[in-house]
Ligand binder design. Structure first.
Ligand SMILES: [Zn+2]
Length: 482
């Protein structure tokens, strides 16, 4: 669906390689960085969340659609079992659709919405195969969406023909399936509200709208094509990033140096707030809500600052591609919805959403700088030696150090993982020519969050890291750009 494209907050576009001409009555700025002059426009996909202002009026209708999506999922799931029993094969998305398009439950939703449910089911099955192939024997196939007699509210996706967006009045019409059309109304009219800095009338096009149940209420996720200005890629080097819970990020650059981003500050912060919240008599009290809100705002700020810093480092180092290990090892088990027990690791209730959130922020910020973010499988990246490539059980991790019996490499374990991840895109032996002394991977530089500035800095420059209670400073979200 096409929306009038007016991009109002754009920076001036400079002709390649030339200084901007002096245009009278128009403020032209450039920052002196030569990359500023090499901007190009690029259309990227963004998802904006919106709350529903007339929630009370539409929640029953959205509930019906959410339940219907769960029912259709279950019908499809049952069908997969049956076909598997008959012919030993699990149907793909289009096969499943052709089997079920005449099923009664298919007409509970708009046909495109129903199609999307079956597509999600097929995707869940292929995700499961993928995990099995990677040797994850604990992975379970997608389950039924039912808790005793109750159906959960599944996400309902509306594609081009299934919604109509009115950006003038901030309304969106979501189509129902023919079975649920009643009282002459074949759509749900939602009044939406986006964040103040999001203006849907300026986006290139809106691809789809998803109604998502958050556990408390419905919200809308509006997937758009947006035109942004991107710089030329800063270079063609690669960096590998290993995300984890001891070091939130370990970076291995192509030229051999490495960086660590430990979570200490966030841990302290989290510990402090969790204690404060636990002291509240009532977990629903105003005070508890306020503390929860502050805690999450500080986390958000932390991840903004970290992703911003990493992208800045990449620009400086001429990195054109960031390679990140896929998060399947970190993500909670989708089927059981059981979060991994992060509590054991340093008392941080950091769930998979934090990694997803961080990846989103990193991707957005990198994209603008012309840097590509690639996800690769993390398979064996922690087990093999990034120096000689050997994977041996004898190779071990001791106190955070990876020790290779074959070549004698001693490396920080997370950095070794990051280097293996990087090599999945740019294969190169870390020890070639012997110009990298043994131990380079063992001595990465460490960057810490500086509460004084609200940004990341080398460990030795961060004075605020030295024991300071989080209550005594303000983490202002204004200090880090977004
Ligand atoms: Zn080795």
């Amino acid at each position: 669906m096409r929306v009038t494209a007016v991009w109002s907050r754009q920076r001036p576009v400079m002709p390649t390689g030339r200084k901007p001409a002096n245009i009278p009555n128009q403020r032209v700025w450039y920052c002196g960085n030569s990359r500023c002059l090499r901007m190009a426009k690029q259309v990227v996909t963004r998802t904006y969340k919106a709350s529903i202002r007339n929630h009370r009026q539409v929640s029953d209708d959205l509930d019906s659609l959410g339940f219907a999506a769960s029912k259709l999922w279950n019908v499809g799931r049952w069908m997969c079992d049956r076909i598997w029993d008959e012919i030993g094969h699990i149907p793909g998305h289009s096969e499943l659709t052709s089997y079920l398009k005449n099923h009664e439950r298919y007409d509970d939703l708009h046909s495109q919405s129903s199609q999307r449910v079956l597509q999600e089911l097929a995707e869940a099955f292929s995700g499961w195969y993928g995990k099995r192939r990677n040797g994850d024997t604990r992975a379970n196939p997608p389950g039924y969406r039912k808790h005793s007699d109750e159906h959960p509210r599944s996400t309902v996706t509306f594609k081009a023909a299934g919604f109509k967006l009115d950006t003038q009045y901030n309304r969106v019409r979501l189509s129902k399936g023919s079975n649920l059309k009643a009282d002459w109304s074949d759509f749900i009219l939602c009044e939406y509200q986006t964040r103040p800095d999001v203006d849907l009338s300026t986006v290139e096009s809106v691809q789809q709208v998803r109604a998502v149940w958050t556990g408390d209420e419905w919200e809308l996720h509006i997937v758009c094509k947006v035109e942004v200005e991107v710089s030329d890629s800063p270079g063609d080097k690669t960096v590998g990033i290993d995300l984890g819970i001891n070091n939130f990020a370990a970076l291995a650059y192509e030229d051999g140096h490495a960086e660590l981003y430990p979570l200490n500050c966030l841990k302290q912060d989290d510990y402090y707030f969790s204690k404060q919240i636990a002291r509240c008599d009532d977990s629903l009290s105003k005070q508890a809500t306020r503390l929860n809100h502050t805690k999450s705002a500080r986390r958000t700020h932390y991840f903004h600052a970290l992703s911003k810093h990493i992208v800045e480092r990449c620009v400086k180092e001429g990195v054109g591609t960031i390679v990140v290990g896929d998060l399947s090892g970190i993500r909670e088990d989708d089927d059981t919805n059981e979060a991994k027990d992060w509590g054991k690791h340093g008392n941080l209730d950091l769930h998979s959403w934090a990694f997803d959130r961080f990846m989103d922020l990193l991707t957005y910020k990198a994209e603008i700088e012309g840097i590509e973010v690639k996800e690769v499988s993390e398979r064996d990246t922690s087990k093999s030696c990034s120096c000689c490539g050997q994977t041996r059980d004898a190779n071990r991790v001791e106190r955070g150090l990876y020790v290779c019996d074959n070549c004698g490499t001693v490396a920080n374990a997370d950095v070794n993982g990051a280097e293996n991840i990087r090599q999945k895109v740019t294969p190169s032996l870390a020890c070639d020519g012997g110009d990298r002394s043994i131990g380079w991977l063992a001595q990465p530089s460490t960057y810490l969050f500086d509460k004084e500035t609200g940004a990341f800095a080398p460990q030795e420059q961060v004075t605020s890291a030295l024991l300071k209670s989080p209550s005594s400073d303000i983490l202002s979200s204004e200090t880090a750009g977004r």
